[in-house]
Each structure stands twice: as C-alpha cells, then as structure tokens.
Design a protein around this ligand. Structure first.
Ligand code: C5P
Length: 244
C-alpha cells in the first residue's frame, strides 16, 4: 500500500532514551513534525515523571510509555489506568505476567481512559531480545525463542492486548499467526549501513515494513546522529519507499 509522507511519518516512533529533561524536550520539539510519536522509557519516566509525558504531549506528539509493567493483576490494572489517565497512545506490559495480568492491564487501560477518548493500546513484550534459548532454559522455560514469542503473542491477543513489541525478524511470523488486527511494534531498526550498537536482532526499515510492522521504534540512529532531523526525515522516506 502506497503511503504519503504523513502516513509514513506516523509509523516512526523515536525512542528518546536520554537522561536530561531539557535534552529530551529539545529533541522532541525539533522532531515534532518528523515522527509520529515519542517513546519514553524507564529512565526518562523514573527521572522526570508524568510532567515529562505532558510536556511531550504539549508539543503535539503522542507518547508511547515503555514501562514494561509486570506485577500481580491488581497492581498492573491500577498502573494501566494511571497510564491511560496520562493520555498516552500506547504502553507496554510483560506477557510473562500471564493471562490474568494481561487482561487486567486491558481492563485498567479502559477504566482510566477519559470519557470520549480512545484507550491506549496495551502492547505485550514477549521475549526480551536480551534473552536467548539458553537463558530461557535456565529460567525453566522450554522451547525456542520463536515458539515462546508466538505462544505469548497469541495469549496477549486472547487477553485483549492491542499488539506486541517484537523484532522485525519475528514480525512476519507473528503477522501470519495473529492476523491484521494486532499492532506489531518493532525496535532494533537500523538504516542500511548504520551502527548496530548493542542490538542483536536488527533490521532495516524496509525489512521491518515488508515483514508487516505497523510502527518502527528508532533510538540512537536518530538521537545520536549529527543531524537528528535529517536522520528522521531519511527514515520516513525509507518507510514511505518500503510500503510501495
Ligand atoms: O537506540 P535503539 O534504536 O537501539 O533503541 C531501541 C529502543 O527500543 C530502546 O528504547 C530499547 O529499550 C527498546 N527496545 C529494544 N528491544 C526490545 C524492546 C525494546 O530495543 N526488545
């Protein structure tokens, strides 16, 4: 499906994994018309709290709050409601928390959503890309990473989650297994020829889009670029070209 520039840029989420509030907001402001949303993670939220979420939203940018909630269902339900009250576009929970916890997150997100607004998408994180089959075995979890990702993604769908976070390598398999309703959000995106950094399962924007990813999460290729605006624009152009 061909995308115009606006449609393509809405699929780009910039991960602002920076510690300084001023630096986060400065970068968010300069990228406001070049990306679709900002991902704020544990470092930024722990350091600067809900006020930072509001400040980013005031720039006209939706927020993806990546806190990877994982606790007993009641606690996650209440935290999910708090995420929804902040008006975020999407937030994450760990699929490993189990079906009751996932369903509680979905219920909490709906309960906390202000009247007339859409609830945030609850995204399940399946197997962290920092884990491999050997570590899963040490945790007492049998089978391959791919099997676990597929099974947990299906569980997330059954519990009402709106999507999953996955590597682009897993996206095609998950798209086939989950159908078109679930959002696939893929980090580990590197423009062709870019530094891989500490990511292991990386993909180009072209590969991610072709594999069925709805949103591409990109951090350092934008934030550490000499010209972050140009880097974001190049990524949007790459997403646009890939969707043809
Ligand atoms: O800088 P980089 O593009 O590698 O940033 C990717 C972002 O996506 C980071 O915020 C990272 O925490 C997050 N992420 C990831 N892999 C996952 C889940 C989240 O890289 N499996």
């Amino acid at each position: 499906m061909a995308l115009n520039w606006e449609q393509a840029r809405h699929r780009l989420i910039v991960a602002l994994d920076l510690s300084e509030r001023a630096a986060i907001l400065q970068l968010a402001a300069s990228l406001a018309s070049r990306v679709g949303a900002v991902k704020l993670g544990l470092e930024a939220f722990t350091g600067h709290g809900p006020a930072l979420v509001s400040s980013v939203q005031e720039l006209g940018l939706p927020v993806f709050l990546d806190l990877k909630l994982h606790d007993i269902p009641n606690t996650v339900e209440r935290a999910a409601a708090a995420c929804a009250r902040l008006g975020v576009k999407m937030f994450t929970v760990h699929a490993a928390g189990g079906p009751a916890m996932l369903a509680a997150a979905v219920a909490g997100a709906a309960a906390g959503t202000p009247a007339g607004a859409s609830p945030p998408a609850v995204l399940a994180v399946t197997v962290l890309t920092s884990l491999d089959e050997r570590v899963l075995g040490r945790l007492g979890i049998a089978g391959s990473v791919a099997e676990r990702v597929g099974a947990w993604a299906e569980m997330a769908r059954e519990c009402g989650c709106g999507g999953v976070v996955c590597s682009a390598q897993e996206a095609a398999q998950l798209r086939a297994r989950l159908g078109s309703e679930m959002l696939l959000v893929t980090p580990g995106i590197r423009p062709a020829g870019a530094a891989v950094g500490d990511q292991s399962r990386v993909a180009t924007p072209l590969a991610a889009v072709r594999a069925g990813a709805d949103y591409l999460v990109v951090g350092r290729p934008i934030t550490a670029a000499a010209d972050p605006v140009a880097a974001a624009e190049a990524l949007v152009a790459e997403i646009q070209a890939s969707a043809r």
